[in-house]
Ligand binder design. Sequence first.
Ligand SMILES: [Zn+2]
Length: 131
Amino acid sequence: MHEYSLAQGLLGSLLDYLREHPVPGKVKKVHVQKGELVVLSEWALKEAFSILSAGTELSGAELVIENIPVRVRCPSCGYEGDARYLVEEGWHMAIPILSCPQCSLPAEVISGKELAIVGLGVEETPAEAKS
Ligand SMILES: [Zn+2]
């Protein structure tokens, strides 16, 4: 399952990160940016993450997924910006068109293909009196 291996990758890099940069409390939220071209089920990703994180220090942390729109750059006319979308009534999603909105030649995707961890929500544990 695609989402399962993605969740495994996310979890692995988070645990490595936390080993080197310990946080002062419990991680409650993991903020993730997902490009619109990354095809996955958010539900399945969250589910896989919660199963895989059980028993680790990220157990119980919630994935917060933010969708990043597709941006393109055109090598022919220099356009750089949002991609055009194909939207049909009745569809549940808009399909990005990977050609230049100005000259219609093929454009390069400059964002929208990535899945990245952008931040952690940490609940600080109250400092206990250590006198
Ligand atoms: Zn162009």
